[in-house]
Design a protein around this ligand. Structure first.
Ligand code: BTN
Length: 269
């Protein structure tokens, strides 16, 4: 990937909001590098991109398998003046941005799984890991995005869940620079909207892409499991779950499909 070419593909908003782009052949994790820079006092809006990661990190302490020439591994750092409580819709907004960027490149059939997995035909295409760092009065968010571009059969086998990649969906390769530019362009525009209007502007878009909406699901959070019917997200990005005890607002946990329909009286913890 070439910084000059990448910069030439950025729109005005992305140009405005990105101070620095760093490209690495290999790094432990682009998120870790972005956090190291922040903790060292370098608080500019930065994009870190790597061809491969040796310790790519996923949500819930999982590994994000990141072999060379197989995926997009990118982290954007950005400062926010809002309190941390107002930032909870950011990870969902990032997932919408990934879908919109890929749709612009001709990828169709994409769906979202709360809070921020991008799927195609029930297989995971992209994952998002947001990390918050507060320094003095400011909050910095590291937006980590991993997109499977072209996984080898061996790489796909090493991942413990069904996965897909752009090459299989589109049938031909898409240049990494185009993917990164489309993502940064869309993400910077959507973050600007988020800063002015919050998640409410994205609520309908999210619900239209949610593959589990109006389906019976299980929310797993540590040892706790809640079952119910997903009603989609509210204007803050929380997941609304219809249970026997009423509608619960869920702000953490993992969505699992319910293997069989849940009888109405059983939709409870
Ligand atoms: C998930 O578990 O779905 C989130 C995966 C996030 C992976 C990306 S790749 C770029 C950035 N650097 C990391 O170490 N993780 C994120």
């Amino acid at each position: 990937m070439n910084e000059h070419l990448l910069r030439s593909l950025l729109n005005l908003e992305a140009e405005r909001c990105i101070d620095r782009i760093q490209l690495f052949d290999e790094i432990d994790s682009t998120n870790s590098e972005a956090l190291r820079e922040l903790r060292a006092g370098s608080t500019e809006n930065r994009v870190v991109i790597a061809d491969s990661q040796t310790s790519g990190r996923g949500r819930r302490g999982r590994e994000w398998h990141s072999p060379k020439n197989s995926g997009i591994y990118l982290s954007l750092t950005r400062a926010f003046s809002e309190p941390a409580s107002a930032l909870q819709g950011l990870s969902l907004t990032t997932a919408i941005s990934v879908v919109e960027a890929l749709e612009e490149l001709g990828v169709s059939g994409l769906q979202l799984k709360w809070p921020n997995d991008v799927l195609c035909k029930d297989k995971k295409l992209a994952g998002i890991l947001l990390e918050l760092q507060s320094i003095e009065d400011a909050r910095y968010v590291v937006f980590g995005v991993g997109i499977n571009r072209e996984l080898s059969a061996d790489a796909a086998q090493r991942i413990d869940r069904p996965v897909t990649d752009l090459r299989s969906i589109v049938g031909e390769p898409i240049a990494p620079d185009s993917i990164v530019a489309a993502l940064l362009n869309r993400l910077c525009l959507n973050l600007k909207t988020y800063e002015s209007s919050g998640f409410a502007r994205f609520e309908d878009r999210w619900n239209s892409l949610d593959c589990y909406r109006m389906r019976d699901i299980v929310i797993q959070n540590g040892e706790s499991r809640i079952i119910g019917k997903s009603l989609g997200v509210d204007s803050t990005g929380a997941l609304l779950l219809e249970t026997a005890e009423g509608i619960q607002s869920i702000s953490g946990g993992e969505v699992l499909p319910s293997l069989r329909p849940i009888p109405d009286g059983m939709k409870q913890k």
